[in-house]
Design a binder for this molecule. Structure first.
Ligand code: B12
Length: 338
C-alpha cells in the first residue's frame, strides 16, 4: 500500500486556465485535468490525442473564468477514458503488463518457476475468477496449516523427547508468542532428565506455525543427522516441541549446554505455502540471543529447498560458525577482498 508520504503530490500550477467558453479554454481544461489525473494515477506523460499540458498553448492566467460543472464532468470523463486506455488500474500497484514485457520469451519460464500469482491477467479491475478461487483456497490452506497439530504417530516416529511450551492452547500460542518461547514446568523436568547434555548440535523439531509442514518434511531429521555425522558433529537425542516459537531453542540449548541448536519448524504460511518449513540455527545459544547472531534457511518444502539441500546448507553454516566462533551475520557476510 502506498503510504501517505509516497502518494503522488498534486500540483495544479502546471496548466493554468485562460478565458472560458473558447475552444482554447476547453483544450486547457482538458490539459489541466489530464495533468492532475496523470499525477493521481502515476501515468508517465506520453503523447495523447487529447491536449496535453506540455503541448497546450502558453496560457494567460484568468482566475475569474467561470467553469461550469457539467462541462468539467464531460471533460473529466473524456480524459479518464483516455487515461484508462493508457494505464487501466488507478492504483500504484504494478500491473502484469503482459503487452509491455521487455522479455516476452521469458514469460513461460517465469510463471513455471513460482507458484506466486504472476502474469495471471485480470477481469476488469479484478482477478480472473479462477485466480480468485485459488486465492481463497490457498488462504484456507494457510489457516488450516496454522491450526494443524502434530500427530502422535509422527512424533513417535522421530524417537524424540516430546515437550510442550507454556502456550496451553492454540489461541494462547497465537496471541501470546512469549508463551511459546518457554517450556512448561513438566517439559523442563523432562528435558533435564531425558535429553542429551553437551552435544555439539541439538536438533529440535517443532510445529511452529504449521505442524503440517513439520510432518510434510519429515525427511529433514535423517538428512540433518547424516550431514552432521559426515561433518564430524555430535548431536543429541532429537527433541520435538509442541506450540513452539523459535526462541524456545535458546532455552533448550542453554539447559543442555549444546554448542549449537538447529530448530526446524513450520514457518508462517503465505498463500500456497502451508507446507513450508524453516531451519533456524544458533551457534553458542544464549537466552535472548539476537536474530543477527542466528541464521535462517526458509522455504524448505518440495516446491522450494529440498530437505537434503537444507541439511547440507545448515551443516555448512554450522561448520563456518565453528571456525569463526560465532554464527549469524558473521557467517552470512560475504568475504571482503578490498
Ligand atoms: C514474521 C517475519 C519477520 C518478523 C518477525 C516478527 C515476529 N516476532 O515474529 C519481522 C518483520 C520483525 C522480521 C524481521 C526480519 N526478517 Co523476517 N520473516 C518473517 C517471516 C514472514 C515469518 C517467520 C516465521 O514464520 N517464523 C516462524 C515463527 C514460529 O517464528 P517466531 O518464533 O514466531 O518469530 C521469530 C522469527 O520470525 C524470527 N525471524 C524473523 N525473521 C528472521 C530473520 C532471520 C535472519 C532470523 C535469524 C530470524 C528471523 O524472529 C522472530 C522472533 O524470534 C519469514 C518468512 C517465512 N514465511 O518464513 C521472514 C524471514 C524469516 N525474514 C527474513 C529476514 C531477512 C528478516 C530481516 C533480516 C529483514 C531485514 N532486512 O531487516 C529482519 C530481521 C530482524 C531481526 N534482527 O530480528 C528472511 C530470512 C532470510 C534468510 N534466509 O536468512 C525471511 C525468510 C523472509 C525472506 N524470504 O526473505 N521478519
Amino acid at each position: 500500500m502506498a503510504s501517505a508520504d509516497s502518494r503522488p503530490q498534486l500540483s495544479l500550477s502546471s496548466a493554468p486556465l485562460s478565458g472560458a467558453g473558447s475552444a482554447e479554454s476547453e483544450a486547457q481544461i482538458q490539459a489541466l485535468v489530464a495533468a492532475v489525473l496523470r499525477q493521481m494515477l502515476a501515468v508517465p506523460a506520453q503523447p495523447s490525442p487529447l491536449a496535453d499540458a506540455s503541448s497546450a498553448p502558453a496560457p494567460s492566467r484568468s482566475d475569474d473564468a467561470p467553469i461550469r460543472p457539467g462541462r468539467i464532468e464531460r471533460v473529466v470523463a473524456e480524459v479518464v477514458e483516455e487515461l484508462w486506455r493508457q494505464a487501466p488500474l488507478p492504483t500504484g500497484r504494478p500491473l502484469p503488463g503482459l503487452d509491455r514485457l521487455a522479455e516476452p520469451a521469458m514469460l513461460p519460464a517465469w510463471t513455471k518457476s513460482t507458484p506466486s500469482r504472476i502474469a495471471v491477467g485480470r477481469a476488469g479491475l479484478r482477478y480472473p475468477t479462477s485466480t480468485y478461487l485459488h486465492l481463497r483456497a490457498d488462504h484456507g490452506v494457510a489457516k488450516e496449516a496454522v491450526a494443524s497439530v502434530a500427530s502422535p504417530e509422527f512424533v513417535r516416529s522421530l524417537g524424540a523427547v516430546e515437550l510442550r511450551t507454556k502456550a496451553a492452547d492454540l489461541q494462547t500460542f497465537l496471541l501470546e508468542p512469549n508463551q511459546g518461547r518457554q517450556l512448561d514446568d513438566a517439559s523442563l523436568q523432562r528435558l533435564r532428565s531425558e535429553a542429551t547434555r553437551g552435544a555439539d548440535v541439538q536438533i529440535i523439531l517443532a510445529d511452529g506455525l504449521s505442524a503440517w509442514a513439520a510432518e510434510h518434511n519429515s525427511g529433514l531429521l535423517g538428512a540433518l543427522q547424516a550431514e552432521l555425522t559426515a561433518a564430524g558433529f555430535s548431536f543429541g537425542k532429537p527433541i520435538f516441541v509442541h506450540r513452539a516459537r523459535i526462541a524456545v531453542a535458546d532455552q533448550i540449548g542453554v539447559e543442555l549446554g549444546a554448542k549449537a541448536t538447529v530448530i526446524g519448524l513450520g514457518e508462517r504460511p503465505g498463500l500456497g505455502t502451508g507446507d513450508s518449513l524453516s531451519l533456524y540455527l544458533a551457534w553458542n545459544p544464549k537466552m535472548g540471543q539476537d536474530n543477527a547472531e542466528k541464521n535462517c534457511i526458509s522455504n524448505v518444502r518440495p516446491a522450494g529447498i529440498s530437505v537434503g539441500a537444507a541439511a547440507k546448507l545448515a551443516v555448512q553454516i554450522l561448520s563456518r560458525a565453528k571456525e569463526l566462533g560465532q554464527g549469524g551475520l558473521a557467517v552470512a557476510a560475504p568475504q571482503r577482498t578490498y
